[in-house]
Write a protein that binds this ligand. Structure first.
Ligand code: OAD
Length: 250
């Protein structure tokens, strides 16, 4: 066992409030590509052309055809992987209280985490751009693109596009929880998109220990991660759960 891994186990065992901040990397092993880096979505598509609110308002048909339909196909097939299950296990063991996720795939809830802050919203719902009526994505009739609401308005995923504000409650609660935790587990995020990327800094500024799980170093690794654990989340998190079980039973 590496020293950093052993330190992470000891730190989690002592912690009273642990929060996880997750990003696209935790869902890579569920078959959902990340945004940046090798195989990333933004390598194939220019986000300013297809994922910015101005692009959607100008040409919703193209954004639906190029981005949203593709996302739906990928997310429909995805199931929680061993990393999501690991975080749900940590909650059941009384170690983890809240997950703040930048992901819109709903996989943390499906794995069993009960307190999940969806920082960028949720793809499980579509919302009318005109009247705010919502409907489950699975019930939307896609025979007409863009799909429309009963009022005639255009439906859009209930997650944020670039250029939009973070849902107020999600932002406020994430800031409060980050400031009050004593451990933050940062899993599978490049930590490049604000304001989500500021949560580990808020945690660290308030005395928390930052444990980072990622196969690649990120902008956090050298600057603020106390315990960087290099590797895939689907491998490291189950190992962490196993070690925590041994620790709890010792
Ligand atoms: P990124 O695509 O920027 O970063 C994914 C991170 O996951 C990288 O640091 C990878 O090294 C890491 N990674 C890859 N495979 C992994 C694995 N098996 N286990 C653990 N980590 C792995 O994704 P985010 O940081 O989530 O926003 O991106 C943040 C936001 O940018 C997204 O929420 C999205 C995007 O634009 C919006 O759509 C508003």
């Amino acid at each position: 066992m590496s020293d950093l891994f052993a330190d992470a186990v000891e730190t989690l065992a002592k912690a009273k409030k642990t929060v996880a901040l997750t990003g696209a990397g935790i869902s890579v092993e569920s078959g959902i590509p990340p945004f940046r880096g090798k195989g990333g979505l933004w390598e194939k598509l220019d986000p300013m052309k297809y994922a910015h609110i101005d692009a959607f308002l100008e040409d919703p048909e193209t954004v639906w055809n190029v981005l949203i339909k593709e996302m739906k196909m990928v997310l429909d097939k995805a199931r929680p992987n061993t990393a999501h299950i690991g975080l749900a296990d940590l909650e059941r063991m009384g170690i983890l209280q809240t997950v703040i996720t930048q992901n819109v795939d709903g996989l943390h809830q499906r794995a069993g985490n009960s307190d999940v802050i969806e920082f960028h919203g949720s793809f499980a719902w579509q919302r009318c751009q005109t009247c705010d009526w919502t409907i489950e994505t699975s019930r939307v009739d896609l025979s007409e693109i863009p799909p429309r609401c009963r009022c005639g308005g255009i439906l859009r995923p209930d997650c944020i596009f670039f250029g939009e504000m973070i849902p107020h409650d999600a932002l406020l609660r994430s800031q409060q929880i980050s400031a009050a935790c004593d451990v933050m587990l940062v899993v599978g995020t490049s930590a490049t998109v604000q304001p989500a990327a500021s949560m580990p800094f808020i945690a660290r500024d308030n005395g928390a220990v930052v444990i980072e799980i990622n196969p690649e170093p990120t902008s956090l690794t050298r600057r603020i991660s106390n315990l960087p654990l290099l590797g895939a989340a689907g491998t490291i998190l189950p190992r962490l759960v196993k070690a925590m079980r041994r620790h709890q039973n010792a």
